[in-house]
Write a protein of this length. Sequence first.
Length: 168
Amino acid sequence: MRQQVKRTHQQLTVDELTGAMTRSFGQIYATSLLQSTSLGLLFCDLDRFKEVNDQFGHAAGDNILRQTVARLKNICRPEDQIIRLGGDEFVMIFPGTDSDDGAQILSRIQEAIETVPFTISPGHVINLGISVVWSWEPMGGHFDEAVIRSDHAMYQQKTGHHHYSTTL
């Protein structure tokens, strides 16, 4: 019984593919944090990710997602978290940050993703970009609303061209 409870907890809180927080648990976690601190939120998705899946298959896409989360975790502080919304969309949360911290965080994220090629298979690599939107919620703010605003801003930007960094 104890093992089943542990396994169920893991399935509800951790995305099995990437090791990021699940969307549902991440929403609860971020909402809880906002009761006691401000949150910087970085909404991001990989540029041309669909092309990777179409050209190299979903196993290659899964590998890219795992590499992406590993790179993002390497630049996070212990209190920062990565939430997988779905597909190649992620929200990173940065507790206790200020609204003007976004530019530095955006730069670190882009460098982590864009400066080193991703390995598709042994001997085959691909360069990908990342589109990012920075948002900030004060203590008492609303995580769901911040994600909706960020998603909308990302969509508007992507209809203009394929790569951006924005602060909301």
